[in-house]
Design a protein around this ligand. Structure first.
Ligand code: ADP
Length: 175
């Protein structure tokens, strides 16, 4: 039997911690769908289309990984695409409680779908999209945390943001 897994997340933006989990999951399962959640309850800097494009570029050379956007319940998405497994990444202890809660809730909604949590590699323990965004917003070097195309996109986005803030200031000075 062929096993299809879904790796869901916001990926705002994708970083090496996510990439490592996805590549390891792609070795465990026949097919992996990296599923980009369109509207998480978080402040986002990239649109769903931008996040999907950045994730897709990261896995362009992986034959059993596909990338798609989704909205609504993750378990419903899994049922739609015929996936039996949800993959999540576990960093430090703080991830455990929320992942545990989410896994139990998903199990209540869809007992036929298994949640498999892969433990992060030591070097990615501190890595989160929030950290990457914070460092990039202050002009720091994120080249050890994200692939080059993501670093470029971050640079562009924060340049645009500071440009528009500057314009707002100019506008308000004129007012
Ligand atoms: P979400 O909004 O669902 O938490 P994220 O994009 O933040 O989405 O994360 C997607 C998945 O990747 C989650 O399971 C998260 O725990 C995992 N993850 C995030 N950072 C790392 C990391 N550094 N190492 C391993 N897993 C990670």
């Amino acid at each position: 039997m062929s096993i299809k897994a879904v790796f869901p997340g916001s990926f705002d933006p994708i970083h090496y911690g996510h990439i490592d989990i996805a590549l390891r999951a792609a070795r465990l399962f026949d097919e992996l769908v990296v599923a980009v959640y369109d509207r998480p309850l978080k402040n986002l800097i990239f649109s769903p289309e931008e996040r999907i494009a950045l994730v897709a570029e990261a896995f362009a050379d992986q034959p059993n990984i596909t990338v798609t956007g989704y909205s609504g319940l993750t378990v419903e998405f899994c049922r739609r695409v015929g996936a039996q497994v949800i993959v999540r990444g576990l960093r430090v202890f703080s991830d455990f409680e929320s992942e545990f809660r989410m896994a139990l809730a998903n199990n209540r909604l869809a007992p036929e779908i298994e949640v498999v949590a892969l433990i992060t590699r030591e070097e990615h323990t501190f890595l989160s999209s929030t950290t990457v965004r914070e460092i990039a917003s202050l002009g720091g070097d994120v080249s050890t945390m994200v692939p080059p195309h993501v670093a470029k996109a971050l640079k562009r986005r924060f340049a645009q943001m500071s440009e528009s803030q500057h314009l707002e200031q100019v506008t308000s000075l004129r007012d």
